[in-house]
Design a binder for this molecule. Structure first.
Ligand code: GLN
Length: 552
């Protein structure tokens, strides 16, 4: 058993934990550290270990959990993987996100198979060994692996993970692994003072489990003074130069530069005994400059169900920011409730918006409101971008109002319709697993989605072709329903343009219309592939069209 989990000593490990409270931006901190190390020429990877019991976040409500981020290999993962991929060139997948549920699932399956030979199966060592094995999957291929533990120190569910990383350091040695603890140093306005007590308590809690943090990343409103750092250093047993201010910033893309100014990357490399050149941060500096100095502004309406929770649309939000950067524009987002659009005037709700975006989604709620927004965008010639469900509803809207099929719908919402323009494909060939996938309306939710990267071929002389400037692109999917080929000819005859298809031309991936400034719907989620330094072409073009509309 021990042999299986022995490290190669090729990869250095950084473990990031969080204290005091959640939402301190641990994920962003991990991503920013990755960006800094990559800027020094190191190869990096990430892993997120989530203590909750769900096997993966795929079936979790975005209200509670935020967006489900999809990787090229079709893993449904925590949204922090989105930050990691956006900040670096890391390509992540199944092995980069583990939950307690997934770990326990493996342990229990092994137990049922009799693999523990009748032994008593326990958290230590069986669950912790399984966690260490998951971490060691990253060993060998990268210079540095950054591992973020979800939740906050003190959470009951988190304990096996913390115990596993404590053991892990013992296995790989001090020079090969460090612990970074992200904590909170509140500024109490009435006392006009920073308070270090929550940090002290949080570090105590870590020490009780046997972990002495090497670096403290202190989230604060303002820069910590030398005296404060000394105080934290004294109480938490961490050298002063390892107490780092992680000050609030306007744009999340400033974080790598702030950390670098605080000397964080130097400190990490010293502790890990890694020698590199100085970081090349010009691209980050330019990005931040462009974000801070836009020359124009556009207002984009996002027609959504989860209008109160922008976490549900994290990647979408960022992709729009990137599209803005590409056009030197500040993008102001206006979340419009799809349900409000069902009973209020679209003209009033969408007034002043320069572009309308209908994002992906599941379920009936708000669907008719989304169709109204699409109808408004098409007829009033407001730039329109439909993503996944947004694309499907654009097809429904077109079928209803241009072809006059009043009952046209997606089978997700109506099984009776005579015009199921969006339907459930019963069989399709999954080129990644080389298997024919089969499903019907009664299939379980998990496991029946088209997930991950699939190639899309662009058709010439379309918005899609113009945006991509190339024939083929790999785009990420997460949906169950598809454009119904039965109605393709009739829809095309009446002006619906099919501008992106699967290489064998069986799946419709992008639709658009002519005589419109910009109107495009795609079956995939381009937001997952957008990067600040390489904005996704569809977002770039959408914002460009919206800018054109704003100057009318
Ligand atoms: N609900 C639709 C489907 O399953 C769209 C999914 C999505 O927008 N991600 O096909």
């Amino acid at each position: 058993m021990k042999k299986e989990i022995r490290p190669t000593n090729k990869t250095k490990f950084i473990f990031i934990t969080g204290g005091v409270l959640s939402s301190l931006g641990k994920g962003l901190a991990a991503a920013a550290i990755g960006a800094l190390l990559e800027s020094r020429g190191l190869s990096i990877t990430f892993q997120k270990l989530d203590p909750y019991i769900n096997v993966d976040p795929g079936t979790m409500n975005p209200f509670q959990h935020g967006e489900v981020y999809v990787t090229d290999d079709g893993a449904e993962t925590d949204l922090d993987l989105g930050h990691y991929e956006r900040y670096t060139s890391a390509v992540l997948g199944q092995k980069n996100n583990y939950t307690s549920g997934r770990i326990y699932h493996t342990v229990i399956t092994k137990e049922r198979r009799g693999e523990y030979l009748g032994g008593t199966v326990q958290v230590i060592p069986h669950v912790t060994d399984e966690i260490k094995k998951a971490i060691l999957q990253l060993d060998g291929d990268y210079d540095v692996a950054i591992i973020e533990i979800g939740g906050t120190i003190g959470d009951i569910e988190g304990l096996p993970f913390i115990e596993a990383i404590r053991q892990f350091r013992l296995d790989v040695g001090k020079e090969n692994s460090i612990f970074i603890h992200v904590t909170w140093v509140p500024f109490i306005k009435t006392a006009c003072e920073f308070k270090t007590k929550p940090t002290q308590h949080s570090v105590k809690e870590l020490l009780a489990i046997g972990i002495q943090p090497d670096i403290l990343l202190c989230r604060t409103e303002k820069q910590l003074t030398r005296e404060l750092k000394e105080k934290i250093s004294l109480f938490c047993n961490v050298p002063t130069d390892a107490v780092i201010t992680a000050q609030d910033v306007k744009s999340i893309y400033e974080v790598p530069l702030c950390f670098n100014r605080e000397g964080l990357d130097d400190k990490i490399l010293k502790l890990l005994n890694v020698w590199t050149g100085s970081p090349k941060l010009e691209a980050w500096q330019e990005l931040v400059y462009r974000i801070q100095h836009p020359t124009s502004k556009v207002i984009i309406a996002i027609i959504g169900k989860y209008v109160d929770l922008t976490e549900s649309y994290k990647s979408l939000h960022e992709a729009l920011v990137h599209g803005g950067v590409a056009n030197d524009a500040h993008v102001e987002l206006r979340y419009v409730s799809a349900e409000d659009l069902e009973n209020q005037d679209a003209e009033t709700l969408l007034a002043g918006c320069h572009g309308i975006l209908v994002p992906g989604g599941f379920g009936q709620r708000g669907v008719e409101g989304k169709v109204r927004a699409i109808n408004y965008a098409r007829e009033k010639k407001v730039p329109f971008f439909g993503i996944c469900l947004g694309m499907q509803l654009a097809v429904v809207e077109y079928a209803r109002n241009v072809l006059g099929w009043k009952d046209a719908d997606s089978n997700e919402f109506s099984l009776e319709t005579a015009h199921p323009v969006i339907y459930l494909m019963k069989e399709w060939f999954d080129y990644r697993t080389n298997k024919l996938q089969v499903r019907d309306e009664t299939s379980e939710m998990g496991g029946t989605l088209r997930l991950g990267a699939y190639p899309c071929r662009m058709i010439k002389d379309t918005f899609a072709w113009e945006a991509y400037g190339k024939e083929e692109a790999l785009e990420r999917h997460r949906h169950r329903y598809e454009f119904n080929p039965k109605f393709r000819e009739e829809l095309e005859a009446k002006g619906l343009v099919i501008s992106g298809v699967s290489p064998d031309n069986t799946l419709v991936e992008i639709v658009e219309i002519k005589d419109h400034p910009w109107y495009l719907g795609c079956q995939f989620h381009p937001e997952f592939k957008s990067r600040p330094m390489a904005p996704h072409p569809l977002f770039r073009e959408f914002i460009k069209a919206a800018l054109g509309h704003s100057s009318k």
